[in-house]
Write a protein that binds this ligand. Structure first.
Ligand code: FES
Length: 145
């Protein structure tokens, strides 16, 4: 083997031995894709419960959430959910949904609120806070208006 053949053979051998290392290094250097956010974490929507819970009782009440207390009224079938903070704006009692009258009624001093949270009657002067609602998959979600 002459010197020229030796150098050629050595160069090819060196390339073949190092190429898997170079390939592995370039693969490891690629940034990993970011994990997709859960629907509940996107755009400030928060999970309130499941469709099954909503349909069973016609409402879901969550005392504590990042948005405060939340009461969602309706079923997944009517596609017309109502969501409010059920804390009465008079002195802070929790209002109840009166389905027959389509109002929120405060058990403490009988203030009445419309489905959109506006005061209809009573000592309360400010409306209930309301939330946007949506159903994603089998999860009921709300978001600040
Ligand atoms: S606390 Fe609701 S009307 Fe007084």
């Amino acid at each position: 083997m002459n010197r020229r053949n030796f150098i050629t053979l050595f160069s090819v051998s060196l390339f073949l031995n190092c190429s898997p290392i170079l390939f592995a290094a370039s693969y490891a250097a690629k940034p990993k894709p970011k994990p997709k956010k859960k629907p509940s974490q996107s755009e400030n929507w928060i999970d309130i419960g499941t469709i099954a819970e909503l349909d069973k009782a016609g409402q879901i009440f969550k005392q504590k959430s990042s948005l405060g207390a939340i009461l969602v009224i309706g079923t997944s079938k009517n596609n017309n959910l109502i969501a409010v903070n059920p804390t009465c704006t008079h002195l802070g009692c929790t209002v109840d949904w009166e389905a027959k009258e389509n109002i929120f009624l405060c058990p403490c001093h009988a203030s009445e609120f419309a489905a959109d949270g506006k005061v209809i009657n009573g000592l309360a002067t400010k409306p209930l806070s309301t939330y946007k609602t949506k159903i994603e998959g089998n999860i009921v979600m709300v978001k600040r208006v």
